[in-house]
Write a protein that binds this ligand. Sequence first.
Ligand code: BEZ
Ligand code: FE
Length: 256
Amino acid sequence: MPQFNETELTAAVIRSFEQTPDRRVKFLMEELVRSLHDFVRKTDLTFDEWGYAIDFLTRVGQKCSASRQEFILLSDVLGVSMLVDAVNHRDRDGATETTVLGPFYVGEHKPMPHGADISAGIPGERMFVQSRVTDLRGKPLGGAAVDVWHADDHGYYDSQKPAYKTQGPSSRARFITDADGRFFFRTILPCSYPIPTDGPVGEMILQTRRHPMRPAHVHFLVDAPGYEPLVTHVFIEGDKYLDSDVVFDRERRRSR
Ligand code: BEZ
Ligand code: FE
């Protein structure tokens, strides 16, 4: 059994991937091992800390279900999701900024006529939304599907409420842009809301004395035939969490 010192151990693990047929997989595995080993060396990770991390990740996995993805939430609050989005959307001068889809896109967006009230009668301050979808040169994109979804004025999405299964969607709809690329609808103002805190990710947020809030926003998923889909959202001016978004969306925008 060979005895490795700390650096030789890293090199040996990296060499173990030598025969990986896919070059990209080989590269990703090598870099992952390099970064993980660097972390362990830099922090002098103890057995207890390593055990805690294993237990934490186990609990993150156990919290996942068909309707709950705790690993994506973990990636969101560590800024990894926004970073993946950023490195995949470089060089988009003039294009609308992108963001993560988030856990409340549930894919059940019923087409509605322009001008419809999508709030399904829930109380709140009324809001009118209108916008236009164009290509980078300003050419209107008619026939584009625009899915919209947002929280209510208590900070809950329809899919988080027990009534969702019986009463169907509210503050969630699909519009098809007209020949001029336009769409418009009525609804209520959303409010800022906490990400789900009843799992290990929430525990980590609270233990590290971070707050779990996202500033109020409306999500848009725009899918125009022949174009890459766009996931974006619009924040509500004046929200007190605009500069401390728990998923770091605003931080990325500021650094551009
Ligand atoms: C959201 O905006 O819906 C969201 C995004 C990431 C994590 C949690 C919520
Ligand atoms: Fe959201």
